[in-house]
Each structure stands twice: as structure tokens, then as C-alpha cells.
Design a protein around this ligand. Structure first.
Ligand code: ATP
Length: 236
């Protein structure tokens, strides 16, 4: 049984049809990348999975359970974490308050332990725990957005273009964290990323979306060698 399964998902915004029949699966602990040109429907797909957008047709199953009509907050409780595009942190709150807001009430006495785990993973956030999130650098804010999503203990973490606006060194650092999380915690990851070359090195499998549909999918290495992927995304 797959961890996540999308069957023939259609979704849109009024007259705009952004997803027109998406089939996608992710296994437990798998690292999957979602590629595609601007407007292909990548963010829309993540929104449908996390429950921010209801599909007009098709279904979403998580751990075998049909979650298509389940509210987003309940999906967080089931283990679906989403870091939307643009690292939306609460600027007027401190780093630690942002992390606390990501905590999904498992047991209140466990919150301290979860916070400490995040500080171990991202020591920079520990140094800045009392700082207002709005004053963090771009890279720090992105780490905070990832750490906040991890506070709900997801088994699938979805990230929407986390590298956007980050300096190359910061991108490398963020991807290193993602790899570690994936390997050490067996965390499944669905990554939307424009930096296709790097993403395909990290991911075990990938999908390419165009105009709301999957046009190519397969293991990362296979996609790297695919002439269509090379021409469109790898400058080959
Ligand atoms: P990008 O790489 O540019 O972020 P994407 O692959 O993530 O693109 P989506 O953001 O999913 O693409 O958008 C798919 C289509 O839906 C686009 O045509 C977009 O203009 C449209 N769209 C997205 N959000 C909205 C919205 N809130 N209202 C109306 N149309 C929208």
C-alpha cells in the first residue's frame, strides 16, 4: 500500500483548470520530486493533497484512507506536512512561537522535547529562538518554515519551491537538511523544485507535470537521462 495515492485528480480555480487528471503515488519514506514549467499545476497538486483546495474530481488516499473531503487540519494530524511557497512565517511572533504554532496537539508535555529536536536539527534557530521571525534572513526563515512543519511530526513533508530566493550556499544547506531528515527519520518528501538537476540527484523518483497532467515519471536517474527532461529542465 502506498503512503499517498492521487487518482485522476482534477482541480482548478473558477474557470481555470489547473489539474486535469493527476495520478501520483508516494511510498513510505520515499523522496519524490515534482517538476514542471510555470503554471503546470505543481502548487495546485500540493494544495489538493494538504486539503487547502478541494478537487472537482478524483481522490486522495493517505495510508489507505480516503482523505479527499477531510479538512486540512485533520490531515496534519494524520501526518501530512506542507511548507507552502514563500515561507510563510508569522513575522510578528518569535522563532519559538512559530514553532509552537506548528505543534499539533499530541501531548502538551511533549512540546518541549519536540522543540529541542528542532533546535538540534537547526542550531541556527536555537540561537534565534527569541528573535521575531520577520527579522530572520531568507535562509533562516525557510528553515523555520520547514521546522514548523516538522513540529506536527509528519510522515510526508511537502515543500513548494523552498530554494526560491535563497543564495546557492543556503540552497545546498537546506537540501542537505532534507536529505538528512529523509534518511534519519525515514521521512517521505514531496518536493516541488525548479532546480531540477539538484532535485533529481536527491530524489528517488520524480514526476513531470505539464498543463495539469503527468507527462513523464520514473526513477530520478531515469528522468535525468530522459531527452525530454534534459531538453526542458536540464539545459541538455
Ligand atoms: P509555478 O512553478 O509558476 O509556481 P505551478 O506549476 O505551481 O507554477 P500552479 O500554481 O499550480 O502552477 O498554477 C496552475 C494554474 O492555476 C496556473 O494557470 C495558475 O495561473 C492558476 N492558478 C493558481 N492559483 C490560482 C488562483 N488562486 N486563482 C486563479 N488561478 C490560479
Amino acid at each position: 500500500m502506498s503512503l499517498l495515492e492521487l487518482r485522476d485528480v482534477h482541480a482548478g480555480y473558477g474557470a481555470v483548470r489547473a489539474a486535469t487528471g493527476i495520478d501520483l503515488t508516494i511510498d513510505e519514506g520515499e523522496f519524490v520530486v515534482l517538476l514542471g514549467p510555470n503554471g503546470a499545476g505543481k502548487s495546485t497538486t500540493l494544495r489538493v493533497i494538504s486539503g487547502l483546495l478541494s478537487p472537482t474530481a478524483g481522490s486522495v488516499h493517505f495510508r489507505g484512507e480516503d482523505v479527499t473531503r477531510l479538512p486540512g487540519w485533520k490531515r496534519v494530524g494524520l501526518g501530512l506536512g506542507h511548507v507552502p511557497e514563500g515561507r510563510q512565517v508569522f513575522s510578528e511572533h518569535t522563532v519559538e512561537e512559530n514553532l509552537q504554532l506548528g505543534f499539533f496537539p499530541h501531548r502538551r508535555d511533549e512540546i518541549r522535547a519536540d522543540l529541542e529536536q528542532m533546535y538540534d536539527l537547526f542550531p541556527r534557530l536555537a540561537d534565534r529562538s527569541k528573535q521575531l521571525a520577520g527579522t530572520l534572513s531568507g535562509g533562516e526563515a525557510q528553515m523555520l518554515a520547514v521546522a514548523r512543519a516538522l513540529m506536527s511530526r509528519p510522515s510526508l513533508l511537502m515543500l513548494d519551491e523552498p530554494s526560491l530566493g535563497l543564495a546557492p550556499l543556503k540552497v545546498a544547506e537546506l537540501f542537505e537538511y532534507l536529505s538528512r531528515l529523509h534518511q534519519e527519520r525515514n521521512l517521505a518528501i514531496l518536493l516541488v523544485e525548479q532546480q531540477a538537476r539538484t532535485a533529481l540527484q536527491l530524489a528517488e523518483r520524480g514526476y513531470v507535470l505539464e498543463r495539469g497532467r503527468v507527462v513523464v515519471s520514473g526513477p530520478g536517474a531515469e528522468l535525468r537521462d530522459d531527452p525530454r527532461v534534459q531538453a526542458a529542465y536540464l539545459g541538455g
